[in-house]
Design a protein around this ligand. Structure first.
Ligand SMILES: [Zn+2]
Length: 235
């Protein structure tokens, strides 16, 4: 029997938009990474490829490029379906999740396994969208073409701590919320069992800890396990 898509969205898609804060913002901070053919991709994922389908230098009447991307490239969202076969697809997440107040915290340059001890010193009470800055933000500049396996990410306990704190969206500055090569994906599962939306592959190197408005919209690839997106902070 084929598995069907889950029938219950995480919350009503038509929920009231919660913050008009961005209307008074005077700065847009781009925290997305650029999609380009030589960019780092996770482990054995296929590299990004741009095919020059039509090219005016070759006499074509327009320039037109065909993209070859996997769903978890660069700045992207994970749907529960990524790690659970009958879990939510991208389109099951309400758009309200992706726009609204967010807090950026910095766990420091020395942290590799992000656990409760690294999170507790930060005030996250009432925070729905939490973006965690680590030393990995600098990898986008220091290693612009190579995937690094030593990126900081959450332990199961760290993820569970944030789930228990009630956050709804977690952002991390490299290509996974999970430490490299950890079997069974315990951090993904701790977040996703709590219905938390995962935003990976942001660059926070130019962002100070503090409060912002996050606008980070997934491409409308509703029936997939994830999708790249564009993420900005309004200040
Ligand atoms: Zn992912």
């Amino acid at each position: 029997m084929a598995l069907s898509r889950p029938l219950t969205p995480i919350e009503e898609k038509t929920a009231t938009f919660e913050s008009p804060l961005f209307l008074s913002a005077d700065r847009i901070i781009d925290i997305s990474v650029e999609l380009r053919p030589d960019m780092p991709v996770y482990a054995q994922d296929l590299p990004v490829r741009f095919d020059d389908t039509m090219n005016m230098d070759r006499g074509d009447w327009v320039n037109l490029t065909t993209l070859h991307l996997n769903t978890h490239v660069g700045t992207h969202f994970d749907a529960l379906h990524h790690v659970l076969n009958n879990g939510q697809m991208m389109g099951d997440y309400p758009l309200t999740r992706f726009i609204g107040p967010a807090r950026v915290i910095d766990v420091g340059q020395d942290v590799y396994e992000i656990g409760p001890a690294h999170l507790k010193p930060h005030d996250i009470e009432g925070v729905k969208r939490l973006l965690v800055k680590t030393k990995a933000s600098s990898f986008w500049q220091s290693h612009p073409t190579t995937f690094r396996q030593d990126f900081p990410a959450f332990t199961q306990a760290g993820a569970q701590y944030l789930a228990d704190a009630g956050i709804e969206l977690i952002g991390i500055d490299y290509l996974s919320v999970e430490l490299y090569d950890v079997p069974e994906l315990p951090a993904h599962k701790a977040f996703m069992n709590a219905g938390i939306t995962i935003l990976e592959g942001i660059n926070l190197s130019h962002v100070k800890p503090g409060d912002y408005t996050l606008v980070a919209l997934p491409l409308k690839l509703d029936a997939l396990d994830g999708t790249p997106g564009r993420a900005v902070l309004l200040q």
